[in-house]
Design a protein around this ligand. Sequence first.
Ligand code: NAI
Length: 468
Amino acid sequence: MAYDLVVIGSGPGGYVCAVKAAQLGLKVAVVEKRATYGGTCLNIGCIPSKALLHASEMFAHAAHGMDALGVEVSAPKLNLEKMMAHKDATVKSNVDGVSFLFKKNKIDGFIGTGRIVSAGKVSVTGDDGKVQELEAKNIVIATGSDVAGIPGVNVEIDEKVIISSTGGIALEKVPAHLIVVGGGVIGMELGSVWSRLGAKVTVVEYLDKLLGGMDGDVSKQFQRMMAKQGMDIRTDAKVTGVEKTANGAKVTYEPVKGGDAQTLEADVVLIATGRKPYTAGLGLEEAGVKLDNRGRVEIDGHFKTNVDGIYAIGDVVRGPMLAHKAEDEGVAIAEIIAGQHGHVNYDVIPGVVYTQPEVASVGKTEEELKAAGIAYKVGKFPFTANGRARAMLATDGFVKILADKDTDRVLGGHIVGFGAGEMIHEIAVLMEFGGSSEDLGRTCHAHPTMSEAVKEAALATFFKPIHM
Ligand code: NAI
């Protein structure tokens, strides 16, 4: 079969690329190894974790959050099986949605392992061992990433006692004690799920703060809030060993600043120390496709590898490992292949941590601006001074805006607070249009909304906030 484009991998990068290319009139095929489309994100990542984050938040809210509002309920009872069934149903409706989009756009889907035979040729090996060959004018590698494990430490993940995020969304009972290795995004999201459902959660993090890449003020506030929610957080702690024991597992860590090694025991240990590009079995070496020094497929500014007709996007290439970054790259490469001018603005890619409260960020952090020697001004506004937040008892957190000192152009926005992941987008749109903090501060915001704190932070950046 001959195609204009064969996409390998059907995660947010791959399936969005396929849909966009088909919309632009190309004949498209997608090869997917998993039985269902949607990749890590839809099957075992973003989507199922959000189903559990929402459900566990409802559970915690019913237990602790309603009394102060005058809603007295008896202690909620957990039905974990039903919660998991909700998660599975959410996954199913999303992966079915991708199949629907393929049919609607006349995209041929092939379930099997894709391998690049050479530029222009992809083979698909099905579960039954049967091999099909597809002719492809263009090939897009969108194979995503896999669990990286702990650098330099030999850990055997069995997904029952020593788990990755995959096991972390499928535990059959709430662990009494969960140790989370790595206080990054996965660790803090899944740690939150099990903490809300009753587990004692200990987070062991190598850096001196949680959510390493985030703005320093955000990390600090976040750590305080997570500790207040009952998590035992140990930073400056390098995990050097994780072993199974008779009753669970043992974690050994060394204080980064020196001192004796410590051990902790728990019934379950979550390894959340990053992900690595997934290129195994793709035939890249034989096809002559170059990888960079971190095992990622090397691409130029237009997603092209060193081999003509072969492109790559998403977690398998440089940049943040985020579903929406992959989606935007998928759209851009489809446009480029169709003869248009696809482009991704890497300066405006929001990042959200779906804890409660949420953390959301776009653009530069204060630390990055300092390191780059850019003169900036800062405006901050706390939710304690926001009427809607008070009414909802959601006053934890703040909005922080960073703008160029001379031009007032907004360079970064950071929000810790209820609904931060939705509020961040007005800052993203403003930044796409090169807007200033004055533009944002003079934009009328509906009252009473949480978003008024974004406006007030902008007012604080170029002059003074009204409500503080
Ligand atoms: P991460 O890179 O966010 O965090 C890993 C953490 O592990 C780091 O803080 C690191 O310092 C720590 N670490 C590494 N070695 C260690 C050791 N020996 N001892 C103690 N700590 C150690 O990676 P994570 O959370 O596994 O997520 C993987 C990728 O998936 C990330 O790129 C993340 O952005 C993405 N993701 C995004 C989500 C979102 O946008 N909401 C949700 C889940 C994942």
